[in-house]
Design a protein around this ligand. Structure first.
Ligand code: NAP
Length: 290
C-alpha cells in the first residue's frame, strides 16, 4: 500500500517496551533530516506472521527483530543474506515490493566492537560465556575475522555450546561448565572474555557471571554484550584489574548503524546517536539512585 507520511520502520519483539532502538534510530533520522519514523511493537511468536503481513500492507520498509523472534523470522523471509544463514538468526529485515530480505547485523556490531583489538586476539585463546544466539554470533565473528587459537564456551548448557561449535565447524573448540570459569587461575590464559549471558543486566546489576574480585589481569580484553548498565559488575571487575573493557553499547550502536544504512542508504551519524543513547542510560542510572 502506498502512503504519504513518513517512511516507516519498527522493532518487533516481546517484551519490547525497554528497547532503545526507537531512541537510536529516531535520533539518527532527526540528525540527517530524514522524514522517517521508528517504533517498538510488542509481538510474540504466535502473532508474528500476521503482524508481518499487516506491516507489509501498511507500507513498512524495514524491521528489527529481537527476542524471541530471531529464529522464527528465518521461515518468514523470502531471501536470507549469507551471514544470517551461517549464524542461523535474523535481526534485520528489508521490505521491498512486498518481498522480505533477512540480515544479521549483530555480526557487524560484534566485528566493529572488537576491531580495535584484532592483533591481540589473533592466535590467542578466547572464552565465550553462554551458548545462546549472541554467543553463536560472537563465535561466528571471532572464527571468521579474528583467527583465534581456540574458542572456549563456559555454559550451563554445554550441549548447546557443542552444537554451536559443530555447526560453525570451529577448530579447537572447548566446552566447559560455568563453574570452571570461576576456578582460580582458569581465566588467566584467555586474551578475550565475552559475556553472552544476561547475568548482570538491569535490574539485577549486582551480579557477575565470573565470581571473585581478582580474576582478570591487564593483558586481557573483557567484552560484556550487556549495555544496561553501561558498566556492568563484570566490566567493573575488569577495569579494576587494568583489563581493556568493551561495553555492549558498541555492539548495539553498530548493529543499528548497519541496519540504518541498509534501509536508508545513509551511514548512521554515530557520535550524536551515541550521545542520545548514553544520555538516556545515564539518566536511568541517576533515576535509580534517587
Ligand atoms: P539467549 O539466546 O537467551 O542466550 C542466553 C544465554 O545465557 C544462554 O546460554 C543461557 O543459558 C545463558 N544464561 C541465561 N541466564 C543464565 C544464568 N543465570 N547463568 C548462566 N547462564 C545463563 O540470549 P542472547 O540473545 O544470546 O543474548 C545474550 C545477552 O547478550 C543478553 O544480555 C542480551 O541483552 C545481549 N545482547 C546484546 C546485544 C547488543 O547489541 N549489545 C545484542 C544481542 C544480545 P541456557 O542455554 O542454559 O538457558
Amino acid at each position: 500500500m502506498q502512503h504519504s507520511g513518513p517512511r516507516l520502520f519498527a522493532v518487533l519483539g516481546h517484551p519490547i517496551s525497554h528497547s532503545l532502538s526507537p531512541l537510536m534510530h529516531n535520533a539518527a533520522f532527526r540528525e540527517l533530516g530524514l522524514n522517517c519514523r521508528y517504533e517498538a511493537l510488542d509481538v510474540d511468536i504466535p502473532q508474528f506472521p500476521a503482524a508481518i503481513r499487516r506491516l507489509i500492507d501498511s507500507g513498512y520498509e524495514g524491521l528489527n527483530i529481537t527476542i524471541p523472534l530471531k529464529q522464527a523470522a528465518y521461515s518468514l523471509v523470502n531471501e536470507i543474506d549469507t551471514e544470517a544463514r551461517q549464524i542461523g538468526a535474523i535481526n534485520t529485515v528489508m521490505i521491498e515490493g512486498g518481498k522480505l530480505s533477512g540480515f544479521n547485523t549483530d555480526s557487524f556490531g560484534l566485528l566493529k566492537s572488537l576491531e580495535p583489538f584484532k592483533s591481540q586476539i589473533k592466535g590467542s585463546a578466547c572464552l565465550i560465556l553462554g551458548a545462546g544466539g549472541a554467543a553463536r554470533a560472537a563465535a561466528f565473528v571471532l572464527n571468521s575475522y579474528f583467527a583465534p587459537k581456540r574458542i572456549s564456551f563456559a555454559s550451563r548448557s554445554p550441549d548447546r555450546a557443542k552444537v554451536i561449535a559443530e555447526s560453525l565447524q570451529l577448530k579447537n573448540a572447548e566446552t566447559l561448565r560455568p563453574f570452571d570459569a570461576s576456578t582460580r587461575g582458569f581465566l588467566e590464559s584467555f586474551s578475550l572474555i565475552v559475556n553472552a549471558t544476561p547475568v548482570g543486566m538491569y535490574p539485577t546489576i549486582d551480579v557477575s557471571p565470573v565470581p571473585g574480585e581478582t580474576v582478570f589481569h591487564n593483558k586481557q580484553i573483557v567484552f560484556d554484550l550487556i549495555y544496561r548498565p553501561l558498566e556492568t559488575k563484570l566490566l567493573r571487575q575488569a577495569r579494576l584489574a587494568g583489563a581493556a573493557c568493551v561495553s555492549g553499547l558498541e555492539m548495539f550502536l553498530h548493529q543499528g548503524a548497519r541496519a540504518f544504512e541498509l534501509w536508508t542508504g545513509n551511514p548512521m551519524p554515530i557520535e550524536p546517536v551515541r550521545k542520545a543513547v548514553t544520555d538516556q542510560l545515564r539518566g536511568e542510572l541517576v533515576g535509580e539512585r534517587r
